[in-house]
Design a protein around this ligand. Structure first.
Ligand SMILES: Cc1cc2nc3c(=O)[nH]c(=O)nc-3n(C[C@H](O)[C@H](O)[C@H](O)COP(=O)(O)OP(=O)(O)OC[C@H]3O[C@@H](n4cnc5c(N)ncnc54)[C@H](O)[C@@H]3O)c2cc1C
Length: 83
């Protein structure tokens, strides 16, 4: 089972780590995804002028990261079952 949130930013509140994406276990990398979410947030907060700009950019990159990992996990799961 996978879960992908379509949005991660709600004004000043964000969904991150497993609260944003629950990836099937085949990738064994949800912990590093969570850490990458946090590093990306730090980078955006340092580099952008405003909080809303930081969060907007962060949401784009982290939705992409989560969806890529989910697709990878689905591929691994499918192959392990001969699909
Ligand atoms: C069996 C198993 C094996 C796994 N193996 C791997 C692996 O090999 N490699 C890998 O990368 N990932 C693995 N994962 C996934 C990894 O554990 C998670 O992706 C990671 O822990 C997510 O971190 P998180 O901080 O988002 O959530 P969590 O680690 O779940 O932390 C959430 C915390 O919030 C607390 N909490 C919940 N509700 C409240 C509340 N209302 N108030 C206060 N606190 C609250 C919980 O008690 C918990 O401590 C595995 C997961 C499982 C279940």
């Amino acid at each position: 089972m996978d879960l992908a949130c379509p949005r991660l930013v709600f004004d000043r509140t964000i969904l991150t780590e497993d609260a944003s994406f629950v990836i099937r276990p085949h990738t064994a990398s949800s912990t590093s995804k969570g850490i990458a979410n946090a590093f990306a947030l730090c980078k955006e907060l340092v580099e952008r002028q405003t909080l809303s700009e930081s969060l907007e950019n962060w949401q784009i990159s982290e939705l992409d990261r989560g969806r890529s990992l989910m697709n990878y996990g689905q591929g691994l799961g499918g192959r392990s079952q001969g699909r």
